[in-house]
Design a protein around this ligand. Sequence first.
Ligand code: FMN
Length: 217
Amino acid sequence: MTERAPHATLGLSADEVLTTTRSVRKRLDLTRDVPGDVLLDCIDIAHQSPTGSNSQRWRWMIVDDVDKRGQIADIYRANFEAAYAGAPEPEPGSQADRVNQSARHLAEHMHEVPILVIPLLADRMGEGTPSGRQASRWGGILPAVWSFMLALRERGLGSAWTSLHLSNERDVAEILEIPYDDYSQAGLFPVAYTIGTDFQLAKRPPAEEFVRWNTWS
Ligand SMILES: Cc1cc2nc3c(=O)[nH]c(=O)nc-3n(C[C@H](O)[C@H](O)[C@H](O)COP(=O)(O)O)c2cc1C
């Protein structure tokens, strides 16, 4: 890896990082600057993930420009409002309610998040692309994106995987001058130091409920 000034790490175990890297929205510290080097460290780590044919067909667009962040956040917020308009209100206090409130908070503050990251797959698959090729191409970048989030967590930063801007992917490509025909956006990742570093395991059903051994029935 490239030599850069070292950044503090939390010293979590691998399992702790894997099980406590949550979607951070309300606890993004909007007041603290994020040094570029720490992002580059996380991207170096992300690049250790597997890629089809060892090809690393990706780029990372990092946006810290206030004006561009604002334009992207406007698109994100509009799509959030459209997605949630008319949706049934979840039961107050339920997990769905908490996720909704957290998602709304992010949508309302996206422009204030110090860094927005857009991972880019070096491909543009048309409507008729066979699903196997889609799986292979997306599978060639998404492990890197998750590794990036894990590496952020270990350094006291956080993010949330978001996708709501993607119905306006071309507009965001124009703002950032991304060659739209050649690069597909994998998502939009607001990045900041987290307020506190204590995150919990999520409640998930046990693996047994999801597993079949040898046959479907
Ligand atoms: C493919 C994908 C798309 C997502 N899109 C959004 C999004 O647009 N906005 C958002 O606030 N969260 C988004 N999320 C985050 C999920 O809501 C979140 O992972 C889920 O609620 C579980 O919470 P956790 O990550 O804290 O365990 C997305 C996650 C994934 C993997």
